[in-house]
Design a protein around this ligand. Structure first.
Ligand code: PEP
Length: 251
């Protein structure tokens, strides 16, 4: 059975005070949830504050990025051991905003996944096409290249620790969601690629999240799709009510 995972990507939002307030409420509201794994991904500076609130909670913590070296002369970077130390168990890797604004490539994504796995962080690896690629029928090619290059060289045991997030760029922060059918088509395609790269048993075990304007109103239809195993939620994860409704809607 695949795990359903709902992760909130807070992006560059929430001061320490705001983060503590939000997770204090989420911890209480989501106390009884056992059906899905819940993750919040704050900015790195507030990870430890969030960890302190979420001790003995069913809500796990993720980071939004990492560097592949553990330590050294890499000004401004943060590494897997430091994220672990601050309470992270997951890390988002290759988000489209990092690919677009910070030069992330499939090669750097691959190195970051490796570093995360070495230190026991579960990578949430993002793939997805932009609007032009979708409109010119290149979505499948783009996603195949992203998956094959980003996920190259991992053993089956390592792959089982990885979550893939399909996030069509045209749906991120735009209010436009891929229809459940559109999303399912790509999720099924990704699972097929995993069969080719490994085997059916491995492919069936991997959680593939959908991301892109997920909200309380559309989570149920998305999660009802055979190959959609959760959501990576941006904007709607910043508000207590909408994140709680998305998590409960996925149960
Ligand atoms: C995201 O940033 O991963 C995302 C899916 O954002 P939003 O839900 O706001 O579209």
């Amino acid at each position: 059975m695949r795990k359903t995972v709902i992760a909130g990507n807070w992006k560059l939002n929430n001061t320490s005070k705001e983060a503590i307030e939000l997770v204090t409420l989420l911890k209480r509201d989501l106390l009884d949830i056992t059906e899905v794994d819940i993750v919040v991904c704050p900015v790195s500076t507030v990870l430890a504050d969030v960890r302190d609130v979420l001790t003995e909670s069913n809500i796990k913590i993720g980071a939004q990025n990492l560097f592949w070296e553990d330590k050294g002369a890499f000004t401004g970077e943060i590494s897997a051991p430091l994220l672990k130390d601050a309470g992270a168990e997951y890390v988002i890797i290759g988000h489209s905003e990092r690919r677009q604004y910070f030069g992330e490539t499939n090669e750097t994504v691959n190195k970051k996944i490796k570093a995360a796995l070495v230190h026991g962080l579960s990578p949430i690896v993002c793939v997805g096409e932009n609007l032009e690629q979708r409109e010119t029928d290149k979505a499948f090619d783009v996603i195949e290249t992203q998956c094959r290059e980003s996920l190259a060289g991992f053993t089956a045991a390592e792959m089982k620790k990885i979550i893939i997030a399909y996030e069509p760029i045209w749906a991120i922060g735009t209010g436009k969601t891929a229809s459940p059918d559109q999303a399912q088509e790509i999720h099924q395609f990704i699972r097929g690629l995993l069969v080719e790269m490994h085997d059916q048993e491995l492919a069936d075990s991997i959680t593939i999240q959908y991301g892109g304007s997920v909200k309380p109103e559309n989570i149920k239809d998305l999660i009802a799709q055979k190959d959609i195993d959760g959501a990576l939620v941006g904007g709607a994860s910043l508000k207590r009510d909408s994140f709680v409704a998305i998590v409960t809607g996925a149960c």
